[in-house]
Design a protein around this ligand. Structure first.
Ligand code: BDP
Length: 694
């Protein structure tokens, strides 16, 4: 796009939305190339398609390395999305079996240019590990985004909803060509090739014709970028939308209804990707309401869209426990159904067994199914890691996950066809100017995309890439400072929130500390249930010997190491074991000392992140600098509450003195219990500049 065109579009958006819009300095450009400086002559040796048109345009606008040849070469071995880049003697060639492969190669080449890696010869060959690489948007038709911390939904704001379905009056991408293009480019630049447009807690109205027509418009915008549209659906849709008496999967009318709905969808969206379903979990309807199984339910939907090539992603997050240990639930629920699912069903499994916590071992359902495809669901939005207020680069967390599943639970090993090799990430996007609320949280969207393409990449390489692309203005030492901030940030959050295997220690908000929380609600939603702390000890016993026997659900090479307290690593100690306060950890410290050590370390790290960022003043854009600075102050404030509240509460149970290295708390336990941390960001002059809207 030429500069003049950009300016015209911005003016247009301004007029439509009335938002204050700054093109530079607000983070809205993400990691994408800019400003335009292309001098390329691009030769396309293939039939031109809307996708090759984009590749040609991107190269013309941004590639300054001379001649580029784009050529399609089909061969049996290469995956459709793969590509090769060769550069020698002043000519660069991108070769791929398909137009989308060419576009992926184009974005990679431009990224290499942005990173200053195109001066010499290039010979790279890339092919994605996962074939289906999805974002899941937990966006509602009314414009809210569940667990979204970056403003409103970028897709929906349906007027009159829920009573009526009026226009989709979006502040997000739909009424802004610039934003929709940016969203599509950002995803395509990472190889993300599918997007679920709505929340897993799905409104049945998602399947009304009017809404499907809106979804079709998104599909049209995203298609040239290789991004397919998927929808999360509500199992009761035949009743609510179709007016039927039941949604029982065995009912003939219900089956007919889904088939007709599938036909309607594919008439509107011929390349529709499929359905995502949360059933019989947290109050959502499902097949078990009718005495049927998950397989019956999944097959009902899968059967309806199978003729068109669609898939069903059936979530394993069944938060309606039948076992006293929720960590065991997914495997209990699905293992016995292995073999009963149609071949276009994929079981979508959260990386950890409880719920997107700052640190969990992998879910024991991974690798446990022999005849059913499985896919990981990661959470990019930081529901439990300080939301958009805290810096928590999740590349390191996901690297840990991929390392574990690669060794002990290869979820791709039994898959019948590459087609079902999939992954999903719960998006952190919203209408905030920088898309992600915390400007540095863009790194998580980026890291997810890169790992979805290649889960063998290490977190540091990705952090390094993202920093180069997003902050090209930094010199080498400033660049290293930012990479180091990213790399230590998630561990800092683990340390001040819930170290050495503690989990789910949140108050109701999923933000503030609440290890004391013992309200009269479901036990397995309560921090006290997860910490099991009393005068004698702490931790959740998941061993075979004395506990819930979660360890036997794992491959013995992992389960046995966790079972044995002498080999269980400290990071998972209180996840798998209940121990006395004086138990010696592998570190040599007692559990009480170890906990105090990590809470203190987390706070120290938060302070250090602030110091590191402050050293970049003047080097990064002033607005971004200020925005991040305030968020890091907030993070340090919150780390203090977390540390003080946790050590004071546990001390109130064990009566033990604080180790010398622990800074005396600045808050009292009562204050911690009453702190309303969700008040938002640290307030200071400049605060009002935050949360600008695109
Ligand atoms: C929990 C979230 C809730 C989601 C649920 C899910 O708090 O908003 O609906 O997960 O994944 O972590 O279904």
């Amino acid at each position: 796009m030429k500069i003049t065109a950009v300016i015209t579009t911005i003016v247009c958006c301004l007029a439509v939305s009335g938002y204050v819009y700054a093109y530079a300095g607000d983070g809205s450009n993400l990691w994408l190339p800019g400003p335009e400086k292309g001098n390329a002559s691009v030769l396309l040796s293939a039939k031109s398609t809307p996708t090759t048109d984009i590749a040609v345009r991107e190269l013309s606008d941004y590639w300054n390395g001379g001649k580029v040849l784009l050529e399609i070469k089909k061969d049996k071995e290469s995956k459709r999305d793969s590509y090769r880049i060769n550069k020698s003697d002043g000519t660069t060639t991108i070769t791929a079996p398909s137009d989308i492969g060419l576009l992926y190669g184009t974005y990679r080449l431009l990224q290499m240019q942005q990173m200053g890696r195109t001066s010499g010869d290039i010979a790279i060959s890339e092919s994605p590990f996962h074939d289906i690489r999805l974002l899941n948007h937990w966006d509602n038709l009314d414009g809210n985004s569940e667990r979204g911390y970056a403003g409103r939904s970028i897709f929906w704001n349906v007027r009159g909803f829920p009573d009526a379905i009026g226009e989709n009056d979006m502040a997000g991408i739909a009424n802004s060509p610039l934003n929709s293009e940016k969203y599509a480019r950002a995803n395509a630049s990472l190889g993300i090739n599918g997007t679920v447009l709505n929340n897993v807690n799905a409104s049945p109205k998602m399947l009304c014709t009017e809404v499907l027509e809106m979804a079709a418009k998104y599909a049209d915008v995203l298609r040239p970028y290789g991004i397919r549209v998927y929808l999360a659906v509500n199992f009761s849709s035949p009743v609510v939308v179709g007016g039927l008496k039941t949604a029982d999967p065995m009912d003939k009318e219900v089956q007919k209804w889904w088939k007709a709905k599938a036909r309607e969808i594919y008439d509107l969206i011929p390349d529709f990707g499929g359905f995502l379903v949360k059933a019989n979990s947290e109050g959502q309807p499902g097949p078990m309401d009718y005495g049927r199984t998950h397989a019956d339910g999944a097959n009902l939907l899968a059967g309806a869209i199978r003729p068109y090539g669609g898939i069903v992603m059936w979530r394993a997050f069944i938060n309606n426990p039948t076992d006293p240990d929720r960590a065991k639930q997914a495997r209990i629920e699905f293992e016995h159904l292995d073999g009963q699912f149609l071949d276009n069903v994929i079981i979508q499994v959260k990386n950890g067994p409880i719920d997107f916590q700052p640190r969990e071992p992998f879910n024991a359902l991974f690798g446990a199914l022999n005849h059913t495809a499985e896919m990981p669901e990661l959470q990019i939005t930081q529901e439990y890691l300080g939301q958009a207020n805290h810096l928590a680069y999740l590349g390191t967390m996901w690297e840990e996950f991929f390392d574990e599943v690669r060794q002990y639970a290869d979820y791709t090993r039994h898959q019948l066809s590459g087609r079902y090799n999939a992954i999903a990430g719960v998006a952190n996007t919203g209408t905030d100017a920088d898309w992600t609320g915390h400007p540095l949280a863009q790194s998580n969207w980026y890291a997810y995309g890169r790992l979805a393409w290649n889960p063998n990449l290490d977190a540091e390489t990705i952090a390094d890439e993202w920093t180069s692309l997003t902050f090209p203005e930094l010199n080498e030492s400033q660049h290293s400072t930012l990479v180091s901030m990213l790399m230590r940030s998630r561990e800092a959050v683990v340390d001040y929130e819930m170290p050495i295997g503690l989990t789910h220690q949140f108050g109701d908000s999923h933000y503030a500390p609440g290890p004391w929380d013992n309200r009269p609600i479901r036990r397995d939603w309560l921090p006290v249930f997860y910490n099991q702390a009393d005068a004698d000890g702490i931790g959740f016993d998941r061993t075979k010997a004395t506990g819930t026997d979660n360890t036997s659900q794992y491959h013995p090479d992992f389960g046995n190491v966790m079972e044995d307290i002498s080999s269980c690593p400290d990071k998972y100690l209180l996840w798998f074991h209940h121990v006395s306060w004086s138990h010696r950890c592998q570190s040599g410290r007692t559990v009480w000392e170890e906990l105090c050590y990590h809470y203190q370390n987390g706070l120290n790290e938060a302070r250090d992140l602030q110091r590191q960022w402050n050293s970049l003043e003047g080097a990064v854009d002033t607005d971004i600098f200020h925005d991040v600075k305030i968020r890091l102050m907030t993070q340090t404030r919150d780390a203090q509450w977390w540390k003080d509240g946790s050590v004071l509460y546990f001390q109130s149970l064990n009566g033990m003195p604080f180790p010398d290295f622990l800074e005396p708390p600045v808050h009292t336990l009562e204050e911690c219990k009453n702190s309303n941390l969700n008040v938002g960001l640290y307030r200071s002059p400049g605060h009002e500049e935050l949360n600008r809207v695109r």
